[in-house]
Design a binder for this molecule. Structure first.
Ligand code: 5GP
Length: 118
């Protein structure tokens, strides 16, 4: 899949659309989901242009991959779910229900998240 520079998260990264940032560093931007599905619902995205989890794992540098996952862990601390627990979700492609074609991980928490798939 070719990366679409017009996708909503690319616009957020460029500062064209406001977001509620909870954590950021050189590798990631983490912000609250517009339609939270749990009391804590944030999205962590890499700064690089990757369409989905497979694109990221295949084409990102080792530094970008390591930096991304460290950013996810730092975000969990920033939104205070590190100790209470949380769920990571990476919807991928059509059957995975991915709506925004810029790789991202959802962090859900703040309460029991519930069944893995419903
Ligand atoms: P996906 O289904 O691609 O895994 O998740 C995309 C997520 O992005 C959805 O949970 C949706 O609520 C969120 N979202 C879509 N547009 C925006 C936006 O403009 N701002 C923010 N903060 N979240 C958005």
């Amino acid at each position: 899949m070719i990366y679409d520079n017009g996708n909503i998260f690319a616009q957020i990264l460029r500062g064209e659309i406001p977001n509620e940032t909870v954590y950021e560093d050189e590798h990631v931007l983490a912000f609250r989901d517009l339609s939270p599905a749990r009391p804590v619902h944030v999205l962590v995205i890499p700064r690089g242009a990757f369409t989905d989890a497979s694109d990221f794992a295949t084409n990102a540098t080792e530094s970008e991959i390591a930096g991304f996952w460290k950013g996810v862990a730092a975000t969990a601390i920033a939104v205070d779910v590190r100790n209470s627990g949380y769920r990571l979700i990476a919807n991928t492609g059509a059957n995975g229900g991915q709506e925004v074609p810029h790789f991202h991980v959802h962090i859900l928490g703040g309460a029991t998240v519930g069944p893995m798939v419903s």
